[in-house]
Design a binder for this molecule. Structure first.
Ligand code: GRF
Length: 194
């Protein structure tokens, strides 16, 4: 089995998409060994518990060095791939070394556009709207010490209408994310088999 850990900080719709793609067979040999939440009382935790997936809340309030706790959990569970699905804390230092090319993130724009520090969530879609872009999309990329700077695994694009507001853009992009992230996980898993 290809074992993944999913890190999240919010609604968990991308986590849900991975769960759904495991259950519908698209990711049939993938298992979510556990979910790490950066805070309590987020919908992602409910989603994980509905599917009996272990959840660990890890943040600076609870642990002196959260990244060390994450490494410990990933090593103990022999995780093959760490998936950041709306995870708002920054991974740095040792974890990036020990899991080089084994941490991926989904970003809600067509990198290199609208990415980097402070470019997350609604800020991205507002910037796309203000720039009057004719298209946008999402990117799945490897995580490195450069925020949103790692090698791109795949991207999905959507054409925008002049009437699209930031919330309309966000909704269009989120739909793409739910396709892109499972596809990227499958692409990486299958490349491990070769
Ligand atoms: C998505 O917009 C994703 O691009 C960004 O955080 C959001 C996660 O949403 N990284 P959800 O928690 O998966 O619903």
């Amino acid at each position: 089995m290809f074992k993944i850990a999913v890190l999240t900080s919010g609604g968990g719709s991308n986590l849900q998409s991975i769960i759904d793609h495991i259950e519908n067979g698209y990711l049939n040999d993938v298992v979510i060994s556990f979910v790490i939440a950066s805070k309590n009382n987020i919908k992602a935790i409910e989603r994980a518990k509905c599917h009996n997936i272990p959840v660990y809340v890890i943040n600076k309030e609870l642990f002196t060095n959260p990244n060390d706790e994450i490494i410990k959990l990933c090593k103990t569970n022999k995780i093959d791939l760490i998936v950041l699905a709306g995870y708002l804390s920054i991974l740095s230092g040792e974890i990036l070394k020990q899991y080089k090319n084994r941490i991926i993130n989904i970003h809600p724009s067509l990198i290199p556009k609208f990415c980097g520090p402070k470019m997350y969530g609604h800020f991205v879609h507002e910037a796309v709207y203000n720039a009057k872009e004719s298209k946008t999309g999402c990117s799945v990329h490897y995580v490195t010490d450069v925020i949103d700077g790692g090698k791109i695994i795949l991207q999905k694009e959507v054409i925008l209408q002049p009437t699209d507001l930031p919330e309309d853009i966000a909704a269009k992009v989120l739909k793409l994310e739910h396709i892109a992230l499972p596809q990227a996980i499958k692409k990486i898993k299958d490349s491990y088999k070769e």
